[in-house]
Design a protein around this ligand. Sequence first.
Ligand code: CUK
Ligand code: CUA
Length: 631
Amino acid sequence: MKSSSKAKQNNSDQALGRRRFLTGVSMAGGGAALGAMTGCDGGDNSAKNGKSGNAPKAHANKAEVAPGKLDDYYGFWSGGQSGEIRIVGIPSMRELKRIPVFNRDAATGWGATDFSKQLLKGTQSGDTHHVHLSYDKGTYDGRYVFVNDKSQARLARVNIKTMETDKIIDIPNAQGTHGIFPQRHKTGLVFCNSEFRTPLPNDGRDLDDPKKYAALHTAIDGETMEVKWQVMVEGNLDLCATDYKGLYSFATCYNSEGAVTLEGMMASDQDYCYVFNLANIEKAVKGGKSITLGDSPVPVIDARGENSEFVTRVPVPKSPHGVNIDPTGKYAICSGKLSPTCTVIAIDKLAEVFSGKIKPRDSVVAEPEVGLGPLHTAFDGKGNAYTSIFLDSVMTKWNIADALKQFKGEDVNPILQKIDVHYQVGHTNASMSETKDADGKWLVALCKFSKDRFLNVGCLHPENDQLFDISGEKMKLVHDGPTFPEPHDAVIVKSDLIHPTSIQPRTDDRFKMYADWAKEDGVNLMKDNKVIAKGPGKVRVYMTSMAPKFGMNEFQVKSGDEVQVIITNQDNVEDLSHGFCVPQHDVNFLVNAQDTQSYTFVAGKPGLYWYYCPWFCHALHLEMRGRMMVS
Ligand code: CUK
Ligand code: CUA
């Protein structure tokens, strides 16, 4: 089925592209068709010589980063069901770090340390889909990473200085928080779409009355992480985007049918891209035209029903998925999912839509056919778009200006190249693609299936993140990268915009908490080693660590005591981390250079327990331990 649908698609591309194809301009549609006919699925579908290129080999060197050399880009990857964020070096595709966010991470103790438990409020899982960085003037400002949790409707923020999660907030009234996007003109609002419609407030009313279900577009202040307002609409909100000027936010909307079954959700051939008018929404919120829902104090604008000054619905074909803004800020491009098209909306026409001068659909200026199952679109800053095509398992490169001309009736084929991916690509992104500085160097295709591309490792295979060199005329596959489930999205950021520290600055919010405890107990965190009784059955143990010794060789507690250990790493040396592990108590956490971490547990059966440092820190690391005596 895959190959026949592919051949069909390629044929139509060929028909569209015949003129240019015949003039000898290398046409990707034709190339891919030739490839399919000759059974070729090589990296380079060149139509010029009709044979598969040796591109992967020839271009591997460019993506290779020699031992000891650094990558040019940071890739920020969502970790999907793992609930984390990953940092990947580009172009090497080396995984550099995992940042625990919504998950319980055994290596660092995230999810079990006191601070992370406060953020997580008892949850231990998450489903991260979209990572985006904070912006200033259309490009990354190197301060924050935002990531959503679809499963519990949360937004988290990572502080880039320390690459640690510093805030996690619940999005009220929402379920299935999916697409997120920060404003791009400054660190302003971060918008979050709720994909699932529910009764609102969701308190048991209207359970079986889907007509009354609604979804929310939520605005969160990226600096304070406070929820500012929500807009209630009738359709499922999927992916999210923002313009470059701070005027609008966008949401693709499928299931405008309002159905609750798969069949019902696919019934209509038309859905929408919702455009939210931020100035009008904020004016109404300030003017008290909002309501509240349930226990949440957050102002909600009810914008269900007709187009209004708050939201306009641009009709697009069946069940759109991704919406991406091109680097010039002129176009919002919706990828069709169940339609083989991308719909290009001219952002500068939206003012006329809101003033009623033109109809919403009149803002559409192109709708090229890109392949079966378009999901997401990336950009190279040279006027080209790269759309991931799920069903066809290809990446389609197309030219935006040519698509505009074609829409006006000119005989041009905007499709420049299709290249096979392995297999079933979801998100795609290119270097700096989500900024005004898109630089057209690298493209990743996050493929949902790897099938035969790697050694079989059992029922659950890795996903396959493929890297393409897009600096030339053609996309060239240069790397296959297996990933643990399931990075949905990634952004690729120039390394000179990201400046993490190596020594914990001790200025993050959580240090206020430690400082309060120390003050209360008359303790100097940086040098004191003390056991403080905190009332019946409760003790605090303040301890320092400096390679290869803990500041305390032993401490005594009683069986059943609630013990809070507060460990401060005195080492002021890059990459010199210690940890604290207590056998038979499930205590194990990391303390980086100049950091403090705390962990609370209940002392077990009477006996002797050697606490030790689990991070290799010194030739005498194995000796870095002490005795916890439980009487
Ligand atoms: S969604 Cu996963 S492929 Cu959650 Cu961004 Cu499109
Ligand atoms: Cu400290 Cu090992």
